[in-house]
Design a protein around this ligand. Structure first.
Ligand SMILES: Cc1cc2nc3c(=O)[nH]c(=O)nc-3n(C[C@H](O)[C@H](O)[C@H](O)COP(=O)(O)O)c2cc1C
Length: 194
């Protein structure tokens, strides 16, 4: 197969779940946010909003609201992944963003069909850019799951995210404390018709 710098970075990227207690440099954050806005978007809408939170205090407050939110918004018959999160959220030391020093939240205008697709592509740009400058990252789904929680939404509004916005996804960002090992790639997921 062809090898180059982009492809090597793409293979080397991992979801980081253990971060150093040290903030990334402003230039590094700017680089990641710039990578985000250069992603493709449906019809070139670029209607996304990338909100980077670097205040430890605000992140801890958000974590408390997420913990509370899980008790209200995940019913007993929800799917196993979410139920596991509901259980995990009640444990001592739970941090939905793995205590990362930076959280980038992606949101998009309401009733826009490509909201999630656009924000996800932008986040992959962030992940690959982060990998290329030695920074760890991880996709964080919790705020999307709790997007209808009034307390979470009030606080996100305080942080500048419009009430009507669709909360799409988030990325935990920071220097890596513990490397993640690459999960095996499933076989049989590629189909070529020539
Ligand atoms: C839509 C989506 C949601 C995800 N949500 C979370 C999450 O909330 N927390 C988390 O730790 N990882 C989350 N991940 C990361 C995956 O668990 C991870 O990509 C997968 O295990 C493969 O590992 P890798 O990224 O190191 O290749 C998510 C990934 C995707 C694409």
């Amino acid at each position: 197969m062809i090898q180059n710098e982009v492809l090597s970075g793409l293979h080397a990227r991992r979801s980081t779940r253990s971060f150093q207690d040290l903030q990334i440099e402003p230039e590094e954050l700017d680089t990641l946010l710039d990578a985000a806005i250069w992603a493709p978007s449906g019809g070139n809408n670029q209607s996304w909003l990338f909100t980077a939170i670097q205040s430890k205090e605000k992140l801890l407050k958000l974590n408390e609201l997420v913990k509370e939110g899980y008790q209200h918004w995940v019913p007993d018959d929800d799917y196993p992944g979410k139920l596991a999160m509901r259980t995990a959220s009640q444990k001592e030391g739970f941090s939905f963003y793995y205590h990362a020093p930076t959280l980038i939240i992606t949101s998009n205008r309401p009733n826009y069909e490509n909201a999630m697709a656009d924000c996800s592509l932008a986040l992959e740009n962030v992940f690959l850019a982060a990998q290329s400058i030695g920074i760890g990252s991880c996709y964080i789904n919790h705020l999307h799951w709790l997007r209808d929680d009034g307390h979470v939404r009030d606080f996100l509004f305080e942080l500048g995210i419009p009430k009507e916005h669709a909360i799409c996804s988030a990325a935990a960002i920071g220097y890596i404390k513990k490397e993640s090992s690459p999960p095996r790639r499933r076989e049989g997921t590629i189909h070529i018709v020539r």
